[in-house]
Design a protein around this ligand. Structure first.
Ligand code: C2O
Length: 349
């Protein structure tokens, strides 16, 4: 059976890890059902290393406004961060059921994070009154040795000082002081020795290893829908049955390399705003994977997958239920990604 949209009130912190996650804004009316918004302009998510200062300032401003909303508002940064936490570490449960809902290490990983980004982006867009606003993606899979380097923490997140002229305070809303010292520029992300932090970094060796790992995970290993998506996971199953093709690596190493404290844990991951650009890249790679050669590079079609539903906060702060089926077509969500070469697709040939 599919998971029904969880009731966000049923969040258990007494037997799980972290009380804060479960302090989620309550629902006032009934649970809305998500509908596509075909009237929205197509939103093109740009590569984060290529955006200009005006774009960075706009993004910073949107997150500042989000951070200033009261905690009781599902659109606030705190509520957004807590929502990810609630869906982790088995916090959410169903009345009378022993097993909780977990969105990592199973086939819900890709669609849940796509929808989470969708609503996060729609909220930011509404807060600044710009329906074209799109979250930049951090193109860490691209190993270009020509500046600006996609493997570095993108400038938007690296800045300690806000570019926004109306900044509420002078620290960038996209900055997280807990980043690892080894992830500071000019270091580039490492998928292999992501905790070792050898200095100075042998960049050409790191780039070669990264490209090789991208090829292994996305091309040579992930040849069927289930290998890419992750293990089947149905209502009543225990969680954590098997990670998808790019979930284990490079998704995990990029988290830990960036920031062991926030990004390196499930519960606090989304406390670092770079989380959203990291996941935009995962989302882009999922989409790109479907265009690689091979006739099985398609989405899972099992009805328990398609009919599983999640609860999110939409751009009006209302709780809305969305199905996995509604996550599968980016065109319908009015999202696309700025094109950038995938320099790893032929690494094994
Ligand atoms: Cu919900 Cu990258 O994790």
């Amino acid at each position: 059976k599919p998971f029904p949209a969880p009731d966000l009130k049923l969040c258990n912190y007494t037997v799980r890890s972290f009380e804060g996650c479960c302090t989620l804004p309550v629902r006032l009316g009934s649970l809305k059902k998500f509908d596509f918004q075909p009237q929205l302009p197509m939103r093109v998510r740009p590569a984060a290393h290529l955006i200009d200062d005006a774009y960075i300032a706009k993004y910073q401003r949107a997150v500042e406004i989000m951070r200033a909303l009261p905690d009781t508002d599902g659109r606030s940064y705190l509520a957004q961060y807590r929502l990810h936490c609630a869906y982790c570490n088995n916090h959410l449960y169903y009345e009378g059921r022993e097993h909780p809902l977990e969105i990592h290490q199973n086939w819900l990983f890709l669609p849940w994070h796509r929808l989470y980004l969708y609503f996060h982006e729609r909220i930011l867009a509404k807060l600044i009154g710009d329906d074209e606003f799109a979250i930049p993606y951090w193109a860490w899979d691209n190993q270009s040795p020509i500046p600006p380097f996609p493997g570095e923490i993108p400038k938007a997140f690296a800045h300690e000082w806000s570019l926004s002229p109306n900044a509420i305070n002078k620290t960038s809303s996209l900055y997280d002081p807990d980043r690892n010292s080894c992830s500071k520029n000019p270091q580039i992300v490492e998928f292999q020795n992501f905790t070792a932090c050898p200095l100075p970094q042998n960049k050409s060796a790191v780039r070669e290893q990264n490209a090789q790992l991208m090829w292994t995970q996305a091309v040579s290993v992930s040849v069927t829908p289930l290998i890419m998506a992750g293990a089947p996971y149905r209502f009543g199953d225990d969680g954590g049955m098997g990670m998808g093709g790019i979930e284990g690596r490079p998704h995990g190493p990029v988290h830990v390399w960036t920031n062991t404290k926030d990004m390196g844990t499930f519960k606090d991951s989304a406390a670092d705003p770079i989380f959203f650009s990291h996941h935009a890249n995962i989302d882009r790679l999922w989409e790109a994977w479907k265009t690689l050669p091979g006739k099985y590079r398609k989405d899972v079609t099992d009805p328990d997958y398609l009919n599983t539903a999640f609860t999110f906060y939409d751009e009006d702060g209302d709780q809305v239920s969305v199905t996995v089926a509604q996550a599968l077509d980016l065109d319908l969500l009015r999202v696309k990604y700025q094109e950038l070469p995938m320099a790893w697709t032929d690494k094994g040939t």
